[in-house]
Design a protein around this ligand. Structure first.
Ligand SMILES: Cc1cc2nc3c(=O)[nH]c(=O)nc-3n(C[C@H](O)[C@H](O)[C@H](O)COP(=O)(O)O)c2cc1C
Length: 473
């Protein structure tokens, strides 16, 4: 999970590079935290965002959002995930979720004819339905989802493609029952304004063949898998064992390795992720039966990503110096999933910076519904400790937790100046080093594509004569 790093500009740059060089790529936008980004961009008077919103299928919704966040409203409502609220508040949140996903995909589609994907974290369940619908209204081609068991998504896609009401079962800790959230498109888009929607393909992000098998055999509508290993940036699947390494990171063993031959046997295409960003590893992935790879870290540090420019510079410097430390923290993320954190001054990786932040839960994206007695409460181990304990949480679960909702928004320049960022990156940054060395200290998404596909002969300055070259198989 990142917020706004793999933004529309990066996904578009990837898609355009693929089109220009005739190689098969998929630009994917991150679907995490988009309501926050939309509100923030509109408040910053971002013209492209405002123009994209204006194309939303229901003009009244576009006008309402523009009036609220782009216009003169002094204190617009926060784009917070709703833990409780009246019908008007639910409606406002759903509109923000729909419109922000619509805008991100719509902007990523501009200037090329390549497909665009959007990825979500299954764990962030409360907003899935309006988010997926918003992305589908824009005509998203692929939906990817990991960090949980995304077995409900294909049915959601089928319902929403016909503008039918969809539902999602929510996990509630401490309860054997799951609770159903429903979303009816007709409440937002009158039937007369509903255009036919294309059903996007669905790729599940998994780390084990066991989950891949369950999804492949028991769920209709899983079109393929991204198989992500523990070197990948962002969140990782936890290992089976609870043991930690000497450096306090989760310890992965042979049992955590997915059986790729089994995954290949399920008859669906799969892509490998986590330290695969090199032509050699791409070839290796293909030899193992994969359709290709998914890369994140090398793109996160390119010119086109949403990473705050000062953080990009600092990260690149550390890669060049060979001093970049990346730790898979078992505690930093409130989700409980291991989360890769780069050691960087002035960020939440530093104990002093972490200690200086007053705990507060402002966004609510990572809250977990929990049954406490008769009530269902929403809590996050990074919220103020007292509040967490009052909701039945254990004090030991609050230790070292970072508020990554706000921290990750700060990393993309979308939190107040007083908020410290937190930077995630994968364990393998060798491609970053190589690209910085080849390109005098700065590189673009196009440079990454050129590098990964081994297209050195088609670099910008000599592209024309080389375009006839056959794309790699
Ligand atoms: C900065 C950063 C942000 C990421 N954000 C997301 C995200 O929002 N959603 C997601 O599914 N994966 C996310 N990822 C994981 C990537 O999609 C990808 O699987 C991973 O980076 C591949 O491994 P690599 O980092 O070794 O290239 C992120 C990775 C990085 C480095």
């Amino acid at each position: 999970m990142g917020v706004g790093i793999s933004n529309w500009a990066l996904a578009r740059a990837v898609a355009r590079a693929g089109q220009e060089h005739g190689v098969p790529v998929l630009g994917v936008v991150s679907g995490t935290g988009l309501p926050i980004l939309l509100a923030s961009r509109l408040r910053q008077k971002d013209q492209q965002t405002a123009q994209a919103i204006a194309t939303f299928p229901v003009p009244a919704i576009a006008e309402e959002l523009l009036r609220t966040y782009y216009g003169t409203v002094k204190q617009p409502p926060k784009p917070q995930v709703l833990m409780a609220g009246n019908a008007a508040m639910v409606r406002r949140m759903n509109i923000l979720a729909m419109a922000s996903n619509y805008v991100e995909v719509r902007l990523a589609q501009q200037g090329h004819t390549q497909p665009i994907g959007i990825n979500y974290l299954e764990k962030i369940q409360l907003t899935h339905l309006p988010e997926i619908y918003g992305a589908m209204l824009a005509g998203v081609d692929y939906i990817l989802m990991g960090a949980g068991i995304p077995n409900q998504v294909p049915e959601v896609i089928r319902s929403l493609a016909g503008h039918q009401s969809a539902s999602y079962l929510i996990d509630v800790a401490g309860d054997t029952q799951r609770y159903k959230l429903s979303f009816d498109p007709a409440a937002y888009i009158p039937a007369a304004q509903q255009q036919p929607l294309t059903k996007p393909r669905f790729l599940a992000i998994v780390s084990s063949h066991v989950l891949a098998q369950a999804l492949a055999t028991k769920v209709t509508g899983v079109d393929g898998f991204v198989v992500e290993g523990p070197a990948a940036g962002g969140h990782n699947a936890p290992p089976r064992g609870k043991e930690l390494t000497e450096t306090g990171e989760p310890k992965y063993g042979p049992k955590d390795q997915p059986d790729l031959a089994k995954i290949a046997g399920y008859g669906k295409p799969f892509w490998l992720a986590g330290g695969f960003a090199s032509p050699q590893r791409l070839a290796e992935a293909k030899a193992l039966g994969a359709a290709g790879i998914q890369a994140g870290s090398v793109f996160a540090l390119c010119e086109d990503s949403g990473l705050r420019p000062d953080l990009r510079r600092a990260m690149r410097q550390r890669v060049c110096d060979g001093t970049l430390g990346v730790t898979a923290s078992p505690t930093a993320s409130p989700t409980g999933f291991p989360f890769q954190v780069a050691a960087l001054d002035g960020t939440l990786s530093e104990p002093e910076t972490y200690a200086a932040r007053k705990r507060v839960c402002r966004e609510g994206y990572l809250v977990q519904p929990v049954r406490v007695g008769e009530d269902i409460v929403f809590r996050c181990p990074a919220e103020p400790v007292d509040a967490y304990l009052k909701k039945g949480g254990k004090v030991e679960d609050t230790a070292e937790r970072r508020c990554i909702c706000v921290g990750l928004c700060a990393t993309a320049g979308h939190a107040g100046a007083s908020e410290a960022p937190i930077v995630t990156i994968g364990k393998d940054v060798s491609a970053v080093w190589q690209l910085l060395a080849q390109n005098h200290g700065a590189y673009t998404a196009e440079d990454v594509i050129v590098h990964l596909f081994g297209l050195h002969a088609t670099r910008r300055d000599m592209r024309a004569p080389a375009l006839d070259a056959a794309p790699p198989a």
